[in-house]
Design a protein around this ligand. Structure first.
Ligand code: C2E
Ligand code: MG
Ligand code: MG
Length: 596
C-alpha cells in the first residue's frame, strides 16, 4: 500500500511534466455561483494535470449533478444567493450516494463561526478566497489521495492488494448486467488453495502471506493474459478469504472454452513456488458456475462456484468441477477423449479423407483437400469438429498436423507413381502449427520424405492466424513461399482480414467460404460478395476456389463469375483414401488424367 500512496502523491502543482497520478483522472466538481470563479479554478487544475472538471453555477443543481458524475472531491462556495453552501453540504451528507464524498469549502468569511458550522456539517477541508493556486492544488491532491487510499483499503485485500469481496461483487454485477447485450458466457471460477493453511500452521502467518502474494501475482498475470473482462475499471479477480480466490470470465463462446481456461488456470497455479521456508507445489481445487444456469446474481453464482470447488476437493488434488452435474459428465467425457486422442496417431486410428477439387473451365480433377478423421474404437469415425478443437486445447494438434502432412504427401506421391495424375494436395494448418516456429522445416521434411515436389503442396491458412501478428505472419509466409509451396487462405470472408493486409500477403489462392456459396444463385448479397471476391482475388494475382458447392446451379453461377476451381458434394464428398484412388483409377481409365 505504501507504493500506492507514493503513486497517488505524484499529482503535484505543475505535475503534467512528470509521471501522471491516477488522481489526475478523477473528477473535481466545483459549486460556485460566480462563473468567473469556476473558470479560474478550472484553469488552475488543468495546469496541474487534472483532466475532469465540472463547474456548477447554480447550487440547486449541485446534488443531482454530483449524483450523476460521482466526483472525487467537491469544491463548495458558502455564499450563494440561490441556496447556501451549508444547505448543499447538509443535503449531500443526507444523501446515500454522496455521504462520504469529500467537500472542500471555499470561504471568504474569516470568522470561525462559519468554519465551525461547515465542519459540523461534515466539510473535509477549507480554502480561503482569494484562492492561492498552489494551496488549491495541494489540498485537492491530498483530499483525493486520502479518499482513494481509504477506498482502496475498503475494497482490497491488504496482503495481496487483490480486490476483496466487496469490489468483486460489483465486478460480477456489472458483468451480469452486460451479459444480454455483450454476448458470450459469464462464468465464475472459485479457487481453493489449501497449502496456505498448512503453511500457517507449520511456519506461521508470514509464510502463508508469501504464498498468497505469489498466487495473487499468478492470478493477475493470468487474468491479464486471458483478457477475462470487458470492464478495465473493475478487475475480474479477488481474494475472498485466506485461501479462497476467484476469477470472473466474460464473453467466452462455449462451455468448452470456459473449461479450457479453468484448466489452464489450474496449471498456472500448480507450478512450484519457491518460498523462503521451502518450495511449495500448490494444490488447487477449482469450481465453475455459469450464469444464468447456476445463478443470475452474484451471491447465488458464488455459492454455486464454491459448492463446485468443494466437489473438486473430494475429487482429487488438481481438479476442475462445474456446478451443474450435466456439465461435469461432459467434462469427464472430454477428459477421457483427450487422453485417448493423445495416442491415436501412434495406434493408427487417424485417417485421411480426400475431397476432389475440380477445374471450373474444363471440368478436370486437378487436386484434393486432405481432411482428417479419427476412427475411434468405440465412437466410430469422428469428424474434425469433434476432436480438432480438443487437440488444439491439449497441445496435440501439431503432432496430428505432422501426421496429416506426412500421410497426405506420401499418398499424393504414390498416386503419381501409379500413373493416376500429378494432383496438387491441400492440407489444413492449425494456428498452433503456424505459431510453432518450425512449420517450414516440418513441411520440407514431409515433402522430402515423400519425394513430392513442393509446388504440388497447397498450405491452407486462415485469416485469424495471419492477423494476430501481421509482421511475424508475413515473415513466415515468405519463408514458406521460398520453399516453393502454394499458399491458400481458407474460409475466406469469415475472418476479419483487412483488405489492405491481403494485398501484402504473398498468397496464391483465395478459398471462398461455403457460407457465401449456399445462396447462389439468386441470393443477391451472396452473388455480389462472390463476384467481388473473385475479382479481388484475380486483381491481386490469385486463383479463386469455392468450397461447399452442392448444386449444379451453384457451380454454373461460380463458373459464370469467373471462379477458377471448386470442391463440394456436387462432385464428391470427401472420400476415404481407397475410394479416392478408385475414383482416380476410373477417370484414368476414361483418359482424364490430370497432368498437374
Ligand atoms: P475446411 O478446411 O473448410 O474443410 C471443408 C469442410 O467442408 C470439410 O468438413 C468438408 O467435408 C466440408 N464440405 C465440403 N464440401 C461440402 C459441401 O458441399 N457441403 C457441405 N455442407 N460441406 C462440405 P470436415 O471434413 O468436417 O472438416 C471441417 C474442418 O476441420 C475443415 O474445414 C478444417 O478447418 C478442419 N480440418 C480438417 N482436417 C484438418 C486437419 O488435418 N488439420 C486441421 N488443423 N484442421 C482440419
Ligand atoms: Mg480447408
Ligand atoms: Mg474452408
Amino acid at each position: 500500500m505504501n507504493d500506492v500512496w507514493h503513486d497517488l502523491l505524484r499529482a503535484e502543482p505543475g505535475a503534467e511534466t512528470t509521471a501522471r497520478s491516477p488522481l489526475q483522472d478523477l473528477t473535481v466538481m466545483m459549486v460556485d455561483d460566480e462563473p468567473l470563479m469556476t473558470a479560474l479554478i478550472e484553469t488552475h487544475l488543468e495546469d496541474a494535470g487534472y483532466t475532469r472538471f465540472i463547474g456548477c453555477n447554480d447550487p440547486r443543481d449541485a446534488l443531482a449533478l454530483a449524483r450523476r458524475e460521482r466526483p472525487g472531491v467537491v469544491l463548495l462556495d458558502l455564499m450563494m444567493p440561490q441556496m447556501s453552501g451549508f444547505e448543499v453540504l447538509e443535503a449531500m451528507r443526507a444523501d446515500e450516494a454522496l455521504r462520504y464524498t469529500p467537500v472542500i469549502v471555499l470561504t471568504a468569511a474569516t470568522g470561525s463561526e462559519a468554519r465551525l458550522r461547515a465542519l459540523r456539517l461534515g466539510a473535509t477541508d477549507f480554502l480561503s478566497k482569494p484562492v492561492d493556486e498552489s494551496e488549491l492544488v495541494l489540498r485537492v491532491r491530498n483530499t483525493l489521495a486520502f479518499q482513494q487510499y481509504a477506498d482502496r483499503a475498503l475494497h482490497h485485500d491488504p496482503v495481496t492488494d487483490l480486490p476483496n469481496d466487496r469490489l468483486f461483487t460489483r465486478a460480477i454485477d456489472a458483468a451480469l448486467e452486460r451479459m444480454p447485450t455483450a454476448g458470450g458466457l459469464v462464468a465464475l471460477v472459485s479457487v481453493e488453495l489449501p497449502d496456505g493453511r498448512q503453511l500457517r500452521e507449520s511456519f506461521g502467518q508470514r509464510a502463508a502471506d508469501e504464498l498468497a502474494r505469489v498466487v495473487a501475482q499468478r492470478l493477475r498475470r493470468f487474468a491479464e493474459h486471458e483478457a477475462c473482462t470487458r470492464d478495465p475499471t473493475l478487475p475480474p479477480l479477488a481474494r475472498l478469504d485466506a485461501d479462497d480466490y476467484a476469477l470472473l470470465l466474460e464473453g467466452l463462446a462455449s462451455v468448452d472454452a470456459v473449461e479450457a481456461v479453468a484448466k489452464r488456470l489450474l496449471c498456472v497455479l500448480a507450478a512450484p513456488a519457491a518460498l523462503s521456508v521451502h518450495e511449495v507445489v500448490p494444490t488447487a481445487w477449482i469450481g465453475v458456475a455459469l450464469a444464468p444456469v447456476d445463478g443470475c446474481d452474484a451471491e447465488t453464482l458464488r455459492k454455486s462456484a464454491d459448492l463446485a470447488a468443494g466437489h473438486a476437493r473430494q475429487h482429487g488434488a488438481l481438479s476442475v468441477m462445474f456446478a451443474s452435474p450435466e456439465l461435469n459428465v461432459r467434462s469427464q467425457q472430454r477428459m477421457t477423449l483427450g487422453a485417448q486422442l493423445r495416442g491415436a496417431a501412434g495406434r493408427g486410428e487417424l485417417r485421411l479423407h480426400y475431397q476432389p477439387q475440380v477445374d471450373l473451365v474444363h471440368g478436370g480433377l486437378v487436386g484434393a483437400e486432405a481432411l482428417v478423421r479419427w476412427q475411434h474404437p468405440q465412437h466410430g469415425l469422428m469428424a474434425p469438429a469433434e476432436f480438432v478443437p480438443l487437440a488444439e486445447e491439449m497441445g496435440l494438434i501439431t503432432g496430428i498436423g505432422e501426421w496429416v502432412l506426412g500421410q497426405a504427401c506420401r499418398d499424393t506421391a504414390s498416386w503419381s507413381h501409379r500413373g493416376l495424375g500429378d494432383l496438387r494436395i491441400a492440407v489444413n494448418v492449425a494456428k498452433p502449427q503456424f505459431l510453432a516456429g518450425n512449420l517450414c522445416a516440418v513441411l520440407r521434411q514431409a515433402l522430402f520424405d515423400a519425394g513430392l515436389p513442393p509446388e504440388r503442396l497447397v498450405v491452407e491458412l486462415t485469416e485469424s492466424m495471419l492477423m494476430d501478428d501481421v509482421a511475424a505472419a508475413l515473415a513466415l509466409m515468405h519463408e514458406l513461399k521460398g520453399l516453393g509451396v502454394t499458399l491458400s487462405i481458407d474460409d475466406f470472408g469469415t475472418g476479419y482480414s483487412s483488405l489492405g493486409y491481403l494485398k501484402r500477403f504473398p498468397l496464391d489462392e483465395l478459398k471462398i467460404d461455403r457460407s457465401f456459396v449456399t445462396d447462389l444463385p439468386g441470393g443477391r448479397a451472396d452473388e455480389a460478395i462472390a463476384r467481388a471476391v473473385v475479382e479481388l482475388g484475380h486483381n491481386l494475382g490469385m486463383t479463386v476456389i469455392a468450397e461447399g458447392v452442392e448444386t449444379e446451379a451453384q457451380r454454373a453461377c461460380l463458373a459464370a463469375l469467373g471462379c477458377d476451381t471448386y470442391q463440394g458434394f456436387l462432385f464428391s464428398r470427401p472420400l476415404p483414401a481407397e475410394a479416392f484412388v478408385a475414383l482416380l483409377e476410373s477417370r484414368a481409365a476414361a483418359g482424364a488424367v490430370c497432368a498437374g
